[in-house]
Design a binder for this molecule. Sequence first.
Ligand SMILES: [Ca+2]
Length: 315
Amino acid sequence: MRRASIVGVVLVVAAAIVYVLLRDVTLYEFPSRSEQLAAVGKVIRDCSVCPELVVLPQGSFLMGASEQDRDIYLRSGGSAELAAAETPAHRVDIAYTLAFGRYEITWDEYDKCVRERECPERYAGTWGRGRNPAIHVSWDDVTRQYLPWLNKKAGLHDKPTSFQYRLPTEAEWEYAARAGTTTAFSFGDSIDSTQANYDGKMSYNNGQSGEFRQKPLPVGRFQANPFGLYDMHGNVAEWVQDAWHENYQGAPSDGSAREGGMSFMGATVRAVRGGTWLANPGALRSAFRGRTDSTTSSFSIGFRVVRTIPIAGNR
Ligand SMILES: [Ca+2]
């Protein structure tokens, strides 16, 4: 009896150690398709200063607004010009495994790069740092400084670029925000201020009006979406890789980013997604597209990171 309980304790401790190790060990690739399927929904972290990532399922989805989504948006006072940017809706296949940032990158995470003098110091406003999302960080700051630093910390800098941390593409971002849903938001066609951080005084599609908090909130305050991701709707809008294009004519269907596009004062205009803590509810829709140039430092724009995990021999 006694020996059995000692063996039991040893097994539990061993399992706990394996769990902790796995959580903090970079998963360069899945040994097989079955291990990749088993990992869907798991949270991984590649190093002590690395953000948590959620392993997403592969799949395909309709990118852009459905007719119903657009009708409700326009009826709710949405802009016809912005609605046109969400068309034509088109099928996108995400036929690879994405590990997607569980939260917006926080000040705690960003400032570790600043302390090592690899990222520029950025202003947090009067709202504090800690678990609040990092803001005033430009697309250029993210891609030229934070991501190279993070890849070095995770030991990914000398791996093939297909392993490395990067911004999500616009298609990947919408796939992650929808999380298998086709409604305006991952929780349905209306929204209230218990579900996300935005200008909750404004109602949408007969939803309740509520609180306008007038500031970014620490990440993870609201319920996660069906993929286990937090704050895809609201809090801070999020940089994506893609250059801005007026609509989805000619958009790729394989999840890749679009480059080219327009520039402003010599800087490429990039898409930002998800709406902000001071946005109207229509701007939090999964289909909604914002834009600004890559040098913009805004109190309402942050970011999250992703990386692809290939299956061995299948990069
Ligand atoms: Ca967000």
